[in-house]
Design a protein around this ligand. Structure first.
Ligand code: MSP
Length: 515
């Protein structure tokens, strides 16, 4: 593992409020970033907003606001959402910021100066919602092949990026670095796409103003995807004259993972690396294209936005239930069906029954049999220690492969094992048996210690529960500065006074809040 780690989410269009599908990408990136920090790795986690383009300009106009006022208001709402979801980003880049405009212009000019951007004339179709150029033959029944909406015909002078020139070099790169595009199914799609032949890409527009001007030809605005992709460099100080900012670029570039939804893999895995090749900048190590959350009725759309407003869901079920559901329910990479019922079912079975019950049963028994004090383990059978050790290995392997659902599965498996261990060991019988004291103390210590470590393992995924667990176990500190060293068995000091409290995760259905 490297000693530093740079992960990004796509930057979101602030044209409307975000829904649970957008939250999915960001929560996943957050868990991956937190996992790296837990391992003492210097981590930079970037998110932000993609504020330019015709779509935003039109929306601002409809709202009767200037584009700048509109995007500023919306960016604040997005930050509010990330705060409610416990997102630990290190920087939030907005493409309307001066530091970003500078970087975009510097990159555009660099590629132009060395001959891979040239002036021509664009004659073709444009999908404004996707901000994508299409050729006649790519349209499906005259509509955008991605979003199936109507496209507009454009005819304007424009700058073009020589994608064609780099096709072979791109294919060589993919062959040499098979992990560059993940999962494999997305890599195969991209390879077929490039083999089918690339066209030079139009990278400027003249028919609207809300964007970054081409520095040497101010009638042109830089194409919003060229602009947006550059955020991954601009947030690190690329194009800045400030030495400190540039040091950040030296430290963290190339990115370890660009996490993106499957419909924008093409921009990240084909166009972005070619821009970087043309600018002679090292390529990111990986573009990971995850699947979509879909509703039974189909794609999550604006008209269904209320049922999937993450703020409403956080308010109703708590931040950890939402984060847990998003990360556990859907194998990362595949599509998954979202429903509030399955969210409630997951939270009740895994969080309330498995994790929550384990804590309340263990603390109740510590109170009843040990006067509320963590005992010494002088006669442990090592079963829970072995279960934890196995899980630590499984979680680590799953996280390296970005299989977040598997990592959580392995963690919850320990909670289920520990609940079963209570039944098997029956501490209430040990308490009655003559000479059962040492085994009783050991069983209860092992249960408590197992949960101390489970809290550390859960730290990347859940933001509230790990501290509640530590608090109830009597730990003097929070998990805030816990590290992977605390995954080693035996760290719970005997003699701590436990603090029984409210259930970790009250059942939702019995509270009547479920649907
Ligand atoms: N602005 C561009 C990205 C530029 S990155 C240089 C964009 N923005 S977006 O707001 O439309 O989407 C951002 C991300 O949200 C994408 O990765 C997209 O896949 C993700 N999702 C939007 N709806 C989603 C689901 N229903 N499910 C999962 N992810 C979804 O594209």
């Amino acid at each position: 593992m490297r000693d530093r780690f740079y992960i990004t989410t796509p930057i979101y269009y602030p044209d409307s409020d975000l829904h649970i599908g957008h939250a999915y990408t960001t929560v996943a990136a957050d868990a991956i970033a937190r996992w790296h920090r837990l391992h003492g790795i210097r981590t930079f986690f970037l998110t932000g907003t993609d504020e330019h383009g015709q779509k935003i300009e039109r929306k601002a106009c409809q709202m009767g606001e200037t584009p700048h006022a509109f995007v500023s208001r919306m960016a604040d709402r997005i930050k509010g959402l990330w705060s409610a979801l416990g997102i630990s980003y290190d920087d939030f880049i907005r493409t309307s910021e001066p530091r970003h405009r500078r970087a975009v212009q510097a990159l555009f000019e660099r590629v132009y100066r060395q001959g891979d951007i040239y002036l021509g004339r664009y004659l073709g179709w444009y999908c404004t919602p996707c901000e994508t150029f299409w050729l006649e033959r790519q349209l499906e029944q005259g509509l955008c092949p991605d979003c199936k909406r109507t496209v507009e015909f454009l005819e304007e002078e424009a700058y073009f990026l020589r994608l064609t020139k780099y096709a072979d070099r791109w294919l060589e790169h993919i062959a040499a670095y098979p992990e560059f595009i993940q999962p494999v199914s997305r890599r195969n799609e991209m390879v077929s796409f490039v083999r089918a032949g690339l066209e030079d890409l139009c990278v400027s527009r003249t028919s609207f103003r809300w964007g970054v001007p081409v520095p040497f030809d101010l009638d042109h605005v830089i194409y919003v995807w060229f602009d947006a992709l550059t955020n991954y460099l601009s947030a690190l100080g690329y194009g800045s004259g400030d030495g400190e900012a540039r040091a950040c670029f030296e430290t963290f570039w190339p990115a370890d993972v660009h996490l993106v939804g499957k419909e924008i893999v093409r921009f990240h895995a084909v166009i972005w690396p070619i821009i970087l090749m043309a600018a002679d900048i090292p390529l990111p190590r990986q573009v990971y294209g995850h699947g979509w959350l879909v509703l039974k009725e189909g794609k999550i759309s604006k008209s269904r936005a209320n049922s999937v407003d993450p703020l409403v869901l956080v308010d109703r079920y708590g931040v950890d239930a939402i984060r847990y559901y998003l990360l556990r329910e859907i194998p990362f990479g595949a599509d998954g069906q979202y429903s509030e019922d399955s969210l409630v079912a997951r939270a009740d079975s895994d969080l309330a029954n498995d994790l929550g019950n384990l804590l309340s049963r263990s603390t109740a028994m510590l109170e009843r049999f040990c006067g509320g004090v963590v005992p010494h383990a002088t006669d442990s059978d090592g079963q829970l220690a072995a279960a934890i050790e196995r899980a630590v290995g499984q979680v680590s392997r799953a996280m390296q492969a970005l299989q977040l659902a598997d990592a959580l599965g392995a963690i919850l498996e320990v909670a289920r094992r520990a609940n079963k261990y209570i039944e098997e060991q029956a501490p209430w019988e040990l308490a009655r048996a003559a000479g059962g004291g040492r085994r009783l103390g050991s069983v209860l210590y092992d249960l408590a210690e197992c949960q101390r470590i489970l809290a550390v393992l859960l730290k990347p995924f859940l933001v509230r529960a790990p501290d509640v667990i530590w608090h109830q176990l009597g730990m003097a500190r929070t998990t805030a500065d816990a590290t992977h060293h605390e995954l080693a068995w035996g760290g719970l000091p005997p003699g701590l006074t436990i603090r029984r409290g409210e259930p970790l995760f009250p059942r939702i259905v019995s509270k009547g809040a479920g649907r």
